[in-house]
Design a protein around this ligand. Structure first.
Ligand code: GTP
Ligand code: MG
Length: 794
């Protein structure tokens, strides 16, 4: 509870019933309680208290805002100080309550993602599931809302996006006359070609594959495409929605001969969003995302695939128990998830091993190595194997994360990195109890994450609001201190010095990347030929690879389809650089210690030095202990620097991707040249062009350019940070120094709001303490009588 430690005083706040009324949307109390049904008492109570605090804070802010605008409404000109205040208040009032937590279920086809989501939301047959072929065709997001109905939104590609895909599909199908008999056969068996033909036929009917781009542009699609590009489905019951939704989500078979309207627009579907009514099992604010493991041929969809992975704050790598050991696919998924930790917002990776019920007892017994205990039944075997897998996988995963992430990453401290679940047993309970299927454990994981986020968010919100109220109140302060503002100029000097120090510190911190980057470039130069060679070879030779390679070139080095492993040439040849920089990169953007390579501690140190200086000046000049001005400056510094963290997180991805982006950019002409190649031995010739193109670019310093670009991106981030800091602090000091210069006016009295806000701030600590206390009580009760407490049985 680090955030709440500095709060003093513990007066309980009065609990009044109208707290439950939110200013924007009035909700009935029963509705509100319903939303928390998913929570066992401890989390439920804490969450409620945080929500209460938040809505009260919003109300205080609203009242203050109204008072302020009323007092300046009729004025000819509004003083700068007041304008500043009004804008800050409004921004805080409009700040969204909580960005949802995205939990990505990321796994290859058939791993059991959709089945797992069904079990978690307690709807056995909700999302389509299939054992025969690839089942889910696109990214599906499942969340719960506040409405009574089940709702689904099917998002389609925009006109422009489809045109782009159409262009690429037709280019891919463009066949020349010179193909030999053998090559024609080869061509027909190509996965990329099959997929392209099938997409065109589905949308435009048979024969569409023979038409060119212009002809298809004029052709009318068979299905009806809404202009909004969103199809909304609604239903009263889960089953009803599930039936309506099925044809949109379920991958259509290539030999399909149906004529339903849903399947005709199927190639256009981008992603699907499903909203359940107030769910008991996934609370509002949590989104479960079913992410297929490979990405997509369509650039827009592929970009979305990457972005979706990056926006997840938690990624569960879903792996079938029979494939979890040693599979390359599984390794790729893990690597992609760890990359998301580097690039995106992901803080937490866990491995979820599915289908643990699948066990052939005689085989298991024969292979079993540890024989300390006799195994009597299937159930015992399953449980033993679960334990073993957890031990094994936990160690392996931790090792892997350690190599890739900085040593202080939170995920490395987590004890549970591996879950062993069975969606099938969750419904059948023939072998395992509900607890043993570990579905309830995953639900608990979700609730914990949500509560944690809510706590952090509300703490920040209340603190910021308090600072703002303090500032507002200080505007009407009569405290008259003629001398103190003489020191603003000395303060300015101090700030300038500190900013210079900060710049130096940032330089030092970014300098950590230089050496591994250099090393990585050296490695990349020596190994790129081998890596490229491996990428350009298929186990079954060129057969069926010709057009896939063309697709790779059409997409500037990246090809993703549902049937093949993802190919990304740019990423592959830059991998040796990433291998070197990964831990350092993570370290720069991690929490870290002030002495290490982490960036944030330097910004914190800068903040503390400024705040100390304010206090020091305050004391020297005999400011009253709790001087409004001093507190204002201190609060505003926190607010300004608090915003920086988000800025840095957003830039992080750009920086990380700069290496592949740079290489992709340099290789573009070579990909374009290769994509033009047709005719005899096209596949070999294409490979030659790529090999030669890469050789040439490497000789001309492609990797060194990538290195420079990354360093340039770091430099830009530094400039961005210092500019932002300089700008905001200058504004703040101007405001602080200008009291008495006629910039302020007599404002409405906000004493009572200020007081209430102070109380709310004190309540924060209390809520945190209550949660700890309740957790202790629950643990105690659980030990005494496990059957009476704990999550409600569902
Ligand atoms: N025995 C057993 N089978 C399971 C379990 N979970 C899923 N399956 C089966 O595994 C197959 C694939 O499950 P899905 O949930 O469709 O897998 P998916 O990961 O969503 O697959 P795609 O949609 O193709 O990406 C189906 O036949 C399921 O019935 C389980 O816990 N035990
Ligand atoms: Mg699925």
């Amino acid at each position: 509870m680090a955030e709440t430690e500095d709060f003093v005083g513990q007066e309980p706040h009065p609990v009044d019933d109208d707290l439950f009324k939110e200013p924007m949307k009035k909700r009935r109390r029963s509705d509100r309680d319903q939303r928390f049904r998913a929570f066992p008492s401890v989390e439920q109570s804490a969450l409620k208290e945080y929500e209460k605090l938040e809505s009260r804070t919003r109300r205080v802010l609203s009242n203050t805002y109204q008072k302020l605008i009323q007092s300046v409404f009729l004025d000819d000109s509004i003083p700068n100080g007041v304008k500043y205040l009004i804008n800050r208040l409004l921004a805080l009032i409009e700040k969204p309550s909580l960005d949802p937590i995205y939990i990505g279920l990321f796994g290859s086809t058939g791993a059991g993602k959709s089945s797992l989501i069904n079990a978690i939301i307690q709807q056995e047959m909700f999302l389509p599931v299939s054992g025969e072929s690839i089942c889910s065709s696109c990214i599906v997001q499942v969340s719960s809302g506040c409405c009574e109905q089940y709702e689904a939104k099917i998002h389609l590609l925009s006109d422009q996006e489809w045109k782009e895909e159409l262009k690429n599909l037709t280019k891919l199908l463009h066949r020349t006359e010179e193909l030999s008999r053998e090559e024609v056969d080869e061509w027909d068996r190509d996965d990329a070609v099959e997929e392209a033909i099938w997409k065109l036929q589905m949308l435009y009917g048979n024969g569409a594959e023979k038409k060119n781009y212009e002809e298809l542009l004029r052709a009318k699609p068979k299905g009806k495409i809404p202009t909004s590009r969103i199809i909304t489905l609604k239903a009263e019951e889960a089953g009803e929605l599930s039936v309506k939704l099925d044809p949109y989500i379920r991958t259509q078979r290539r030999d399909w001969d149906g004529e339903s309207a849903e399947t005709q627009i199927w190639p256009l579907i981008k992603h699907v969003e499903v909203t359940l009514p107030k769910s008991e099992l996934i609370p509002e604010g949590v989104v479960l995302v079913d992410i297929p493991g490979t990405g997509d041929f369509n650039s827009k969809r592929d970009e979305m695939w990457k972005k979706t992975i990056d926006k997840c704050s938690v990624i569960w790598v879903i792996s079938d128990i029979e494939r979890v050991s040693g599979g390359r696919v599984h390794e790729n998924l893990l690597n992609e998830s760890i990359k998301a930790c580097q690039r995106g917002f992901c803080r937490d990776v866990a491995l979820v091993v599915t289908k643990t019920d699948k066990l052939h007892l005689p085989e298991y017994l024969r292979e079993r190595k540890v024989r300390t205990q006799a195994i009597q039944s299937q159930r015992e075997a399953v449980l033993e194997r679960n334990e073993m897998i957890k031990l094994q996988r936990n160690t392996i995963l931790k090792e892997k994360l350690k190599r890739k992430l900085p040593a202080d990453s939170k995920v490395l401290d987590t004890s549970d990195l591996v879950y062993t679940v069975s969606a099938q047993e969750y419904w059948q309970q023939a072998l395992l109890t509900e607890e043993e299927t570990e579905i309830p454990k995953l639900r608990e994981y979700i609730r914990k994450r949500l509560l944690d986020k809510k706590r952090r968010m509300v703490t920040k919100y209340v603190t910021e609001a308090f600072g703002l109220l303090l500032l507002t109140d200080s505007f009407s302060c009569t405290e008259n201190l003629p001398n103190e503002y003489l020191h603003v100029s000395s303060l300015r000097r101090f700030v300038e010095e500190r900013i210079q120090l900060l710049e130096k510190a940032i330089d030092q911190c970014f300098a950590h990347i230089a050496q591994p980057l250099q090393e990585g470039v050296r490695n990349a130069r020596t190994s790129y030929r081998r890596i490229l060679g491996a990428c350009l070879v298929r186990s079954r030779g060129n057969q069926g690879f010709h057009q896939t390679l063309k697709a790779v070139c059409l997409k500037n080095g990246i090809y993703a389809s549902r049937t093949l492993a993802r190919i990304d040439l740019n990423e592959a040849i830059t991998q040796p650089i990433y291998d070197q920089i990964d831990p350092v990169f993570g370290g720069i953007f991690g929490a870290g210690k002030p002495t290490g390579s982490a960036l944030m501690p330097h910004i914190d140190a800068f903040k503390h030095s400024l705040q100390e200086k304010m206090t020091e000046i305050g004391i020297k000049n005999g400011w009253k202990y709790n001087s409004c001005k001093k507190s204002f400056l201190i609060q505003e510094i926190s607010a300004i620097l608090g915003g920086l963290e988000e800025h840095i997180l957003r830039k992080k991805r750009r920086i990380y991707e700069s290496l592949t982006a740079s290489v992709q950019n340099d290789l573009k002409p070579c990909y374009e040249e290769a994509a033009q190649i047709t005719g005899k031995k096209a596949c070999e010739r294409m490979k030659d062009v790529i090999r030669r193109g890469v050789d040439q670019q490497v000789a001309e310093g492609m990797f060194e350019r990538a290195q420079e670009r990354m360093q340039h991106q770091f430099q830009q981030l530094k400039n961005g940070i210092t500019e932002k800091v300089k700008g905001s602090i200058a504004t703040m000091l101007t405001l602080a120094s200008s009291q008495g210069d006629g910039l302020y006016k007599e404002l409405a009295d906000v004493k009572s709001e200020y007081k209430e806000m102070g109380q709310l701030r004190r309540s924060l600590r209390e809520v945190a303490e209550n949660a700890v206390l309740r957790r202790g009580m629950q643990d105690f009760l659980l030990r005494v009588s496990p059957s009476k407490v704990g999550p409600p049985k569902t």
